[in-house]
Write a protein that binds this ligand. Structure first.
Ligand SMILES: Nc1ncnc2c1ncn2[C@@H]1O[C@H](COP(=O)(O)OP(=O)(O)OP(=O)(O)O)[C@@H](O)[C@H]1O
Ligand SMILES: [Mg+2]
Length: 256
């Protein structure tokens, strides 16, 4: 059994009369690509918001590598390696692709790969290293040719790639992707899946919310299903796909 790197206990969030999240227990294991699926409104994004502390839970606790991070802010969590993307991309349209990347990379300059540089290198050397990291990441994402374009000139799919790139500048150990393939054309989706697999093989743990079930089943080692705020199934893709509870709540529905 792999190590649990993220552990969530009794996490709850209500919006008025609506129980958006009520998760008894959730673990993320080292090395895996895990997907979180479920119908619209199931609470997937809210769950991401709670564990990355973009919203506070009403109750419950969150442990990152056994450290209790329940009260940490999202900025500190990112410094500890837990980084997320947003369902609606948050790239800065009026900045260039390069500036978007640089801004993301410099926002955690006291941690990760920059930490050692700051201690030993001059400002010029730090800048050079940041630029190397930006170029490497943009190449990985096939965005290098758009480096000097304004973000607003990118297609919807390319914006998703840039959103991912901005997260990668923070050197995540756990990367939470909220619908990375939504609005992305099939060809770019294939590329993105390859990139996600590649990142995982480099040691980045991935938790992905996604409605594209074929993609989910293809790349996930484990699939967790939410409905009405609760986890209703959890296991290998084949197990989840044939779980009657999942078929009733999600896979069998005509809209999806
Ligand atoms: N800030 C809020 N105030 C009130 N209700 C909210 C708020 N945010 C989310 N909700 C409600 O909580 C429920 C869970 O929403 P959430 O966005 O987490 O679902 P989701 O599983 O991510 O859905 P989707 O697949 O459509 O993105 C929904 O009923 C939603 O309307
Ligand atoms: Mg959502």
């Amino acid at each position: 059994m792999s190590n649990s790197i993220l552990s969530v206990k009794s996490l709850k969030k209500r919006f008025g009369g609506l129980e958006a999240v009520n998760v008894d227990s959730f673990e993320l294991y080292e090395g895996e690509i895990t997907s979180l699926i479920g119908p619209n409104g199931a609470g997937k994004t809210t769950f991401f918001d709670l564990i990355t502390r973009f919203q506070s839970a009403d109750s419950g606790s969150i442990f990152l590598n056994e450290k209790n991070v329940t009260k940490l802010n999202s900025y500190k969590l990112a410094r500890l390696g837990m980084v997320r993307t947003f369902q609606l991309t948050r790239v800065f349209d009026r900045m260039s692709v390069y500036e978007n990347m640089k801004f993301a990379g410099s926002s955690i300059k006291n941690e990760g790969f920059l930490k050692s540089l700051i201690q030993t290198k001059t400002l010029k050397q730090q800048e050079d290293h940041l630029n190397v990291k930006i170029d490497e990441t943009l190449k990985l994402l096939n965005l290098i040719e758009m480096k000097d374009s304004y973000a607003r000139e990118l297609s919807g799919g390319q914006k998703k790639l840039l959103e991912l790139g901005r997260s990668l500048m923070k050197n995540p150990k756990i990367l939470l992707l909220d619908e990375p393939l939504a609005g992305v054309n099939p060809k770019l989706s294939e590329e993105l899946l390859e990139i996600i697999l590649n990142l995982n093989s480099q040691g980045i743990n991935i938790l992905m919310v996604e409605h594209n079930i074929d993609a989910v089943m293809k790349i996930s080692k484990r699939v967790v299903v939410m409905a009405e705020g609760k986890i209703i199934s959890d296991g290998k893709p084949d197990f989840v796909r044939s779980d009657q509870k999942v078929i009733e709540a999600y896979l069998g529905s005509s809209d999806d």
